[in-house]
Write a protein that binds this ligand. Structure first.
Ligand code: UDX
Length: 442
């Protein structure tokens, strides 16, 4: 099929590349000319394992193209995917200006029958708005062209995005038109080699809702567990044991019940807020969803409070080694990362930070911690330790799991570790002579 993917962020770039990998002819479009020029020259704007090689392979085999011109590409396209950003508006709702701008351009330039797919995470009712916007432009042009709007939310995770897209748990297709559903089924069939059972079809509104509910449910599991962790500390229980105890019940399961420094990233914080807002707009107060958000906001600061409890409110003259800045491992993404809030708090109290992250340091330096003084960046985790009063682990990168603990002890002023991701065994740390602080265990 000839596909146009509009928007070269995480979702657009990964989807477009994976569709190309299956032999479709894909053009990825973006208004950012510099980004498109870079992509044509093999410069990938995000770090995502395996993506660079897959893009290069498909560019070489002529299945993947990059362009600034939507008008030009609509001429030869069967399906157009809208995968532009839906940032959080000031009031917490999803800002649809980019989605609707693309819809307008589609209406201005389409010349033949087309399926328009909403792949961006969009609130319920957006497909209707996209349809109306396209229709209005067609009427203005006095054109009667058949088109259908389909909702096909994307569930990929950063850091494992290629794998998620190539071997999806499920693909949700919301459509009110049988021919469009069949076309989507055809497009996705190579991704399900054994059976088609994992393509779930439904009406458009339910598909739009599914994406928000999936993310809000996962965020709820995390906030619930973080709240449990805080209670565990107070009553003298160990949340790591409780997690295993409850996860063994197949109705609960082990995934997404790891306590830590709270969830971050581009999806959970934004989508939880947007779902709350959607409910509110319909006159419903979503208490549980609000609580998920409140618990998460507080959780981001738990490690900072532990540092203050140990070293006092005034951290002047103190230096902390920070291991990990990204909101999770395998990504350079720092959106809503707990590290931002924790580092700002410690610096405000007078501390110096010596930070290291395998991938996110450029993001930190140039965007998220750009205006935060007293933060220095190092090329290895061990270099951050020199003269530091304690080490604070904030992202569970694999290279932090089994460090040289002797080196840690030698370099730190005192052997103190604050672990915001519960990476070490507390008994082992104690036996090694560390003062070890973690989440959910005193
Ligand atoms: C998420 C969804 O998983 C994905 O399906 C959706 O399309 C986009 O949002 P992503 O944000 O890339 O993906 O990361 P994910 O791996 O889900 O982690 C989100 C956050 O939750 C991270 O900050 C992570 O550290 C945190 N988390 C996850 C926990 O704190 N505990 C857990 O048990 C799991």
């Amino acid at each position: 099929m000839n596909l146009t993917v509009i928007g070269t962020g995480y979702v657009g770039l990964v989807s477009g590349t994976c569709f190309a990998e299956m032999g479709n002819r894909v053009t990825c479009i973006d208004v950012d000319a510099q980004k498109i020029e870079g992509l044509k020259n093999g410069i990938i704007p995000i770090y995502e394992p395996g993506l660079e090689a897959m893009i290069a392979r498909n560019v070489k085999s002529n299945t993947l193209h990059f362009s600034n011109s939507l008008a030009e590409n609509l001429k030869k396209c069967d399906v157009a995917f809208i995968a532009v950003g839906t940032p959080m508006g000031d009031d917490g709702s999803a800002d649809l200006q980019y989605v609707l701008q693309v819809a307008k351009e589609i209406g201005q330039h389409m010349e033949h029958s087309l399926i328009v797919v909403d792949k961006s995470t969009v609130p319920v009712g957006t497909a209707d708005k996209v349809r109306e916007t396209i229709q209005k432009e067609l009427e203005r042009r006095k054109k009667a062209i058949d088109f259908h709007v389909v909702s096909n939310p994307e569930f990929l995770k950063e850091g494992d995005a290629i794998n998620d897209f190539m071997k999806p748990d499920r693909v949700v297709v919301g459509s009110d038109n049988e021919a469009s559903t069949q076309k989507m089924r055809l497009l996705y069939s190579p991704f399900f080699r054994s059976s088609m059972d994992r393509l779930i079809t439904m009406d458009v509104r339910s598909a739009e809702m599914t994406k928000y509910v999936a993310n809000a449910m996962l965020a709820t599991k995390i906030s619930f567990m973080n709240e449990v962790a805080n209670i565990c500390e107070l009553v003298g229980a160990d949340v790591n044991k409780v997690r295993i105890g409850i996860g063994s019940d197949s109705r609960i399961g082990y995934s997404f019940i790891y306590p830590g420094s709270g969830y971050g990233g581009s999806c959970f914080p934004k989508d939880v807020k947007a779902l709350k807002k959607t409910a509110q707009e319909h006159g419903y107060i979503a208490n549980l969803i609000s609580a998920v958000e409140d618990v998460n906001d507080k959780q981001k600061m738990v490690i900072a409070h532990k540092v203050v409890n140990r070293f006092g409110q005034d951290l002047k003259g103190k230096t902390f080694a920070v291991w990990g800045l990204a909101f999770k491992p395998q990504t350079d993404d720092m959106r809503e990362a707990p590290a931002i809030y924790i580092i700002k708090d410690l610096v405000q109290r007078g501390a110096h930070i010596q930070a290291y992250d395998p991938k996110a340091m450029e993001e930190a330096k140039h965007f998220y911690l750009k205006d935060v003084p007293h933060v220095s960046y190092f090329n290895s985790k061990y270099e951050t330790l020199q003269g530091a009063d304690a080490m604070i682990l904030l992202t569970e990168w694999k290279e932090f799991r089994s460090p040289d603990f002797e080196e840690l002890k030698q370099q730190l002023k005192e052997p103190i570790v604050f672990d915001g991701r519960n990476q070490y065994n507390s008994q082992m740390m104690q036996d090694l002579g560390f003062e070890y602080f973690q989440i959910g265990k005193k």
